[in-house]
Design a protein around this ligand. Structure first.
Ligand code: DUC
Ligand code: ZN
Ligand code: ZN
Length: 469
């Protein structure tokens, strides 16, 4: 029996185990794990390398409309190219509902933008911003049935924020359908009040973005989202958690038996609010929401990765160019932090940062790294054929050189942004080869495929949302 591809002599790690074996791949699937597997069309020697499930980044934004005059820096080609070079084999972007446009039509538009252009697999979450009767009663349940089994809701942002009544309505749909609700938890009115007050006082520099969204804004919304989910008895995922107080809300809910899950991101491990305090507008490069906090919050987030408060570690890749009026330097002379688009690039640097700062510095084990970067994302969002290395699974694999030393710098990266917020961070350990369903996309740091290697993946219900049997 021969294989299309054998990855030989590597150290394979899953969320559970680490072992030495060859991986035989046929027809895009992992066909065998063992020794002396026999013939293959191609063999990759992975001696002294780690063979890991390809990263799944379950929180990215690509080609998303971002307000008047603002253009996201990545389309599906550059976003997924960057993802592939960062050791990812699947990314999960958002399809953002547009006011007055049928949800399915918007989704078709996102599919059209992605079709034939992707280097990794993609699977869309929905964003529900206008829960009309039609959306709640027809469109959303139908799309969940079609494999879009998770959706995000916002508790802040003009035109996006749902009030508590609307939150309860969409959570009820999730309860009925088994979908997973992702929540952006920040208190809209509090942010509006603080922003207005800061501006009136002339405090408009990028660093005041952090002052306008302090920890209580996130903690309160996290508590409220959890309370609403409890009323409906529905699982909920709190995304991009930045600090201990929000984490305590999650931990307390779980200790009471609620299905409340958490995600954190690289910006909360290695950036702080001080990064937003640059010369002139430089601080805008770090403006994201929730904002990076302080050193104590970084320590708390590391604890959460270790102790199970967080199931997933995502990039929240939300790329804008810096030196560009369609990006961070907003047009029309709008100089207040209020107008700086929220979001930073990070899909290519997520895994090297977690590997180096986490595994390399003994904060998490290699198996925890695999869980946080791939396996838990697959289980959380119903990607049943992905996220592990086992016979019958998709052959989505990243081969890592655990010793390679790299200083992160913009010139190395493949995203559409003109900067990286992680400039100058030295890491040890780098993904060198990325294989998507058996197809080598990046080989020893060199692109090997055309766009279109990646495809959309419909999903099952979340393993974390299913009612207990
Ligand atoms: N929320 C996100 O999930 N990403 C970027 C900005 C935001 O507010
Ligand atoms: Zn968000
Ligand atoms: Zn996001």
């Amino acid at each position: 029996m021969s294989y299309d591809l054998i990855i030989a002599n590597g150290t394979v790690a899953t969320a559970a185990d680490t072992f030495t074996c060859d991986v035989g791949i046929r027809d895009g699937l992992i066909a065998a794990l063992g020794h002396n597997l026999g013939a293959a069309n191609r063999t990759i020697d992975a001696s002294a390398k780690l063979v890991l499930p390809g990263g799944i980044d379950s929180h990215v934004h690509i080609s998303q409309p971002s307000g008047e005059g603002i253009v996201m820096a990545d389309d599906f080609a550059s976003g997924t190219l960057s993802a592939a070079f960062g050791g990812n084999t699947t990314v999960m972007p958002f399809c953002m509902q547009e006011r007055g446009v049928p949800l399915r039509q918007t989704l078709q538009e996102y599919h059209a933008r992605a079709e034939g252009r992707c280097f990794t697999d993609v699977s869309f979450h929905l964003v529900i911003s206008e829960p009309t009767e039609q959306v709640l009663g027809q469109d959303l349940p139908a799309l969940i049935e079609d494999g879009y089994t998770s959706f995000k809701v916002f508790m802040t942002y003009e035109g996006l924020a749902l009030d508590d009544y609307e939150m309860l309505q969409v959570m009820s749909v999730a309860r009925e359908t088994g979908a997973l609700v992702m929540v952006h938890a920040e208190n809209y009115d509090a942010i509006r009040f603080l922003t207005d007050r800061l501006e009136r006082g002339g405090s408009i520099a990028p660093k005041f973005h952090g002052t306008s969204r302090p920890i209580p804004v996130e903690r309160e919304a996290t508590h409220r989202a959890i309370s609403l989910a409890e009323l409906i008895d529905v699982p909920v995922m709190i995304v991009h958690v930045s600090n201990r107080e929000a984490m305590e809300e999650i931990a307390r809910a779980r200790s009471r038996g609620l299905k409340v899950y958490g995600e954190t991101c690289p910006q909360y491990l290695v950036l702080t609010e001080k990064d937003m305090d640059g010369l002139n507008m430089e601080g805008a490069k770090y403006v994201c929401s929730p904002p990076p906090r302080d050193h104590a919050s970084q320590i708390a987030c590391w604890e959460g990765l270790r102790n199970g408060v967080f199931q997933t570690f995502s990039s929240d890749h939300c790329p804008f160019r810096y030196d560009d009026p369609a990006g961070k330097l907003n047009p029309k002379g709008r100089t207040s932090f209020r107008w700086v688009p929220n979001g930073i690039p990070g899909v290519e640097t997520r895994l090297p940062i977690l590997f180096s700062e986490g595994v390399g510095k003994g904060r998490i084990s290699l198996n925890e790294f695999v869980a946080l970067s791939a396996t838990n994302h697959a289980k959380m969002y119903g990607l049943t054929s992905k996220g592990s290395i086992a016979v019958g699974m998709d052959a989505d694999i990243a081969i890592w050189d655990p010793e390679r030393e790299v200083t992160i710098t913009q010139a190395l990266l493949h995203h559409g942004s003109d900067y990286t917020p992680y400039e100058g961070i030295a890491v040890r350990g780098w993904p060198v080869t990325t294989i998507v369903r058996g197809r080598v996309v990046v080989s020893d740091g060199v692109l090997e495929t055309q766009p279109g290697a990646g495809q959309h993946t419909a999903r099952s219900r979340s393993a974390f949302a299913r009612p207990a049997a």
